[in-house]
Structures are given as structure tokens and as C-alpha cells.
Design a binder for this molecule. Sequence first.
Ligand code: ARG
Length: 468
Amino acid sequence: MRNAGYMKEPEDKTTSDGIRKGRFTEAMDPAFARFNASISFDRRLYEEDIKGSIAHVRMLGRQGIITAEDARKIEQGLEQVLQDIRDQRIEFKEELEDIHINIEEALRKRIGETAGKLHTARSRNDQVALDIRMYVLKQCDLVGRDLARLMSVLADSAERNLAIILPGYTHLQRAQPVLLAHHLMAYFQMFRRDWERFRDSTARTDEMPLGSAALAGTTFDIDRQFVAEELGFSRVTANSMDAVSDRDFVAEFIFNSSMLMMHLSRLAEELIMWSSQEFNFCNLPDAFCSGSSIMPQKRNPDACELIRGKTGRVYGDLVSLMTTLKALPMTYNKDLQEDKEPLFDAVDTVRGCLAIMSGMLPEVTFNGPRIMQAASDPSLAATDLADKLASKGKPFREAHELVGALIRRKAEGIAPSEPEEEVPTPRQMVEARRHTGGTASVSVTEQIAEARAFLDQARVGKPEVAGD
Ligand code: ARG
């Protein structure tokens, strides 16, 4: 019965039919009204929406497009609406379609018909483009902080475990000994690049679209630069049609999130493997494991498995948005309302996974003796033996063959026919790789120091931004 009788009560301003009044003679189909509404998810944008509106109305007042008094009245009303929403004193209504109309109606309840002047020189098309840009910019910052925290606990773990030597793997076959800290710091590098990707895409998102109006700009004498400065944007968008119709910056955010999830899934997978009885390289904290409802002995690495599993979900968000954007004709199309749920889902998933991984890692303990035992497998010295022969003048290919044959004969239980080269210890092998990027203690200590310097300049440890 939501819209029943609306044409008979044109003074009723409590439905989004308010914006249909002039043009339409029939009420919206109730099922379509529900289908069309985005308030159930775009309510998240209320802060951005109101801050954007305040900047806009200040500009309208300064430019004399509306009176200074009206501008002041609207601004105060918006501040009150913001407080009301924060205090959960406003009930959002599906009949009011989206966050933009819900807020305008809340403002109308507060200050009366003057509220209708807020939308001068603006359309929901540039309004929603602004809200989403502000939201993505904020989330880039928040994900960046979450990532910095994870990088910091990774560096801590590397430092705590500097003494442990691990078999490094290729093809999941034991290959060469490395420091466990070197292995952990490899993830630091992945997450550093992820951090940089979020920062770099911020530069492209940082453009203020308001003033584009529906698609062509506006006939009013607006000051876009002022609005941009009020909201902390570096510049205004250069083309009104592009500004209301593209969401490439949203796709970029979800791509960055996907890449980050891919890296998280690799780390999660290794922790799952390493904590298995077969490896027994590490112990995951009780607080991040679950039990089995049937097998009393089980201690399952669910936190890691969920991180691994949720990676697919974020990839799905990316494919969903890219497909929504594909072949959209200019300019705004309602398809674009479908940008929000994948974005919000990616934000929640990525931030959730980062929080879990950062909470768990400091409590992950490594089984040093067991790892060192695996790293003492003498076949891991094969490369170093071949290197040694090569450094004495033997062509490396020949040395490779010779050592390969030696290892095969050993595996078959046949004693070596020639006197063996002295087999280097894992420690000697690790410490021999002293160059930048190598696994020697000096190199890894240097890596950790550089990682700490990076985190200092990335401003870790700043308090979380309020409100999220
Ligand atoms: N809820 C809409 C969205 O998210 C707001 C923009 C509506 N614009 C329009 N022309 N119907 O995209």
C-alpha cells in the first residue's frame, strides 16, 4: 500500500514521488519502487552526502544564487540532520528511494520548504558521483592504515624469528635454505606494493565532480573550485559528461582490493600448510582456530581458510562492476546504481581480512627445531656444491650434472665413487648470499630496517579515522 493514493495527496512530501509529481500521472508500482530503491545500501554514504551538500550550499550562498540567509538555514539544518542520523533518530524510508532524497526530506522536516533550494545547480548524478569519490578516498586511507598495521606485525614476526632457517621452495619441492624472516619479508614487499597502489589511485580519484549537474553542467554562475577546496579535493573534474558517467576509480579500488586479497590468500595458504601435522612448521593461536563438531581432536585454521575463500568474493565484486560498466552509453544510466554493493562488499571484506590477519600474526609461533631439521636436508646444498665446482673452473652445466648424479646415487643408496666436496651447512649457505635482496642475515636485517623506515614515512600508528 506504500504508494496507494499518492496522486490524491499531492501535499504529502514523504515519498520520492515528490520528484515525479510534475511529469507523472500514475503512482509507481510498489514492486518497482522497491526494486528501484537503493537506500538499503547507499545509506552508508550519508556523511559524504551531507558534507558535499554543505559545501554546495555554501557556494550557492557566496555566489548569490540563493540568499545568504537561506544558505545558512540550509547548512544548519544539514548539520542537525547529520547529528540526527548519527544518533539514529532518523528512520530511512524505502519510499524515499535513495540516501539523497531521504536526506533532503529529513532537511525539509527540519527547515521547511527552503530545503528545496539545496538542489539548485545540482543533480543526483553529480551528487552521487561526488559521494562515491569521497567514500573511495576515505576508504583508500583506511585500507592504507590497515595495511600498514599488517606490514608492521609482519616485520615484527620476521625480527623475532631471525635465527630460524627454513627450506625455501619452488614447485613446492625443497629448493634452497633461506631465513624464515626472508620468507616473511617477501610478504611485506607484496603488501608494500598494495599500499602504494591504493595511494597512487587516490591521485586519480581526487577530482571534484559537482557542477556537472545531470550531464551538461549548469546555467548558474557556480564556483567549482571553492567547493573542491571546501571538501579537500585537489582539483575539479574536466568534463561533466565523463564526471557523471564513469566509475573507473571504483573499479580501480576493487582491483587494488583484489590484488591485496590475492596476496593475503597466499599468506593464508602457507599458514594453513605450515600448521598441518605434515609440515608442523608453525602453531596458529587457539583464538583464531575452530573445532570440529564431530572430531574432538580437530583444530581447524578457519581464519586463514576464510581469508583464502573470501578472495574469490572480492574478485567477484570486480567482475561484477566491470560488467556493469561495459558498453554503457553516455552518460548517467541507472545501471550505475549497481556500483555500490560490490564496492561496499570489497571494503568490508578486505578490511575484515586485514584485521584478522593482523590480529593473528603476532600470536603465530614457529617451530624452530622442526623447521631447521627440514632445512638440514643435505640435498638443499646441491646448488652451492655446483657453484663451488664452477668457481674452480668447471663449466656450470657440467658441475650441475655431476652434483645431480651424486645426489641420485645417494638417493639410491650407492656410496659416492669420488671424494665428496665438503657439504656446506644451511647457515653457511644462507650467509653466503649477502647482496641486496639476498637471504643472509645482514641483508635481511637491512630489509627489515628499510621496511621500518618505509612504515615511518607511511605514518603508521596514526589513530584510526573516526566514524568507520
Ligand atoms: N541512487 C542513484 C544511484 O545510486 C542516484 C542517482 C540517481 N540519478 C538518476 N538520474 N536517477 O546511482
